[in-house]
Write a protein that binds this ligand. Sequence first.
Ligand SMILES: [Zn+2]
Length: 410
Amino acid sequence: MPLLAQRPTRPAVTILIHNITLIDGNGGTPRPRADVLVRDGKIAALAAPTDSTPTTTIDGTGLFLLPGLTDAHVHLSGNTFPDNAATLKKVLQGGVTAVFDVAGDTRLTSDLARAALSGEIESPTIYYSALFAGPAFMTDPRIAASSIGYVPGEAPWTRAIDASTDIVRAVAEARGTGANAIKLYAALDGATVKRIGDEAKRQNIRLIAHAVTFPAKPSELIAAGVKYLAHAAYMVWEGMPPSTDFTKRAQGDFAGVPADGAVMTRVLQLMKDNDVALNPTLWILAEGPGKSDPSGLRTAWQNLLTRRAQAFGVTIAAGVDSLTTSADPLPMIHKEMELEVTGAGLTPLQAITSATRGAAHAIGVDATRGTVAVGKIADLLIVGADPSANIRNTRDIRYVIKDGKVVFTK
Ligand SMILES: [Zn+2]
C-alpha cells in the first residue's frame, strides 16, 4: 500500500467565506463581494458551492481576505522545543501561516516542522535551510550551539567549506537533513560559491545567501545560482573592495556607493534577469537590538534600494530575522510590512505581496501557497479593515485559517 494512503484523512470540512473583499497576494486591486470555498484543506473554488451546503459560513461583509503571511527569515534554534511551540502558536494566531528558518540546528527545525505537519503543535508550516560557510566562520558561538555533538563545521547542516571539501557529499548530506535550501553565510569566495552552486543545481536544492559572503559579492552569488539574497543593506558591498572581514557586513560605505548609482542598478538588473529575490530585513537593521543606525545612512540606503528593487520587478520577500519581540504582541512581520511602506515607500499592496506571494516564491513553494487561488493550500487571514488603504490594518485580525481549519477567531 502506498505510504500516502495511510495518512490520517482530514475531516471533510468546507468553509464558505461569503461576500468578502479579496486581496489575493498577486498585488492587484482588491476584489469586492468575493466568495471563497475551502474544502479538504485547499481552496476549492472562488465561488459558493452548487453541490452541497458548507459546514461553516463566514460572513465576510466588511472584512478583507488575504493569504496567510509568510516570514521568509526566521531562526528557531537557540530556543527549546516547548518554547518554540509556544511562540509558533502565538505567531500562527497572529496571521503567519508559514516560516522559513534560514540556518540553525536542523534536528530541532525538522522536529518542529514534522510536529507542525502532524498537528502535534499549532504552528505555521516550517521550511528550513542548512548552512555552508568558510572555516573562518566556524568559531562563531552560534555554530557550536547549533552543532552539539559534532565538531563545529562537520555537522551536515552546518558545514565548513574550503577547497578540499567534497562538495558532492556536502550537498547530499545537507539535502539529507530535509532542508529546503542551503544558505551561504560567510567566508566564502566567488570560486567556492560557484562550485557549491553548480552542485546544488545538479542535486536540485535551492541556494540562498547573505547578500555578501565575504569576499564573494552579490553579483558573484547571483552568478552561482543563488535565488534569495538576505539583508538589503549588505548589497552595498557590490561597490566596495572585497573584504574577508565578515564582522563588518553591516558597516558598508553607504555614502560612497549610492543605492541609485550605476553599480547598484547593474546588480538589481541581474537580480531581475535571474529571478533572485531580495529579503530586505528593514526593521532589524534600522531598529533591531544592537543594530542601531545613529547616522540614519544605512536605513535610508536600504529603504531606497528596496524601493528600486520593487520598481525593477525584483521579487521582494518579507522576512524579519526576529519572529517576535517582547515589545510587540503580534509577529514582527506586521512591523516589517509597515516599514516597507513608511520607510521604503512601497504601496500597502506591494508590502502584502512581499509577505505572501513574494516570500513563497523566494522559498520556492509558490506552487502551493502564497496566493488565494484554486488548488492552493487554504492558509488564509481575514482582517477587519482595509490593509490596502493602511498597512497597519493587517493587525486587525478576525480569523486565521490554517490548512482549511479556523485556528483563531476574534
Ligand atoms: Zn538571519
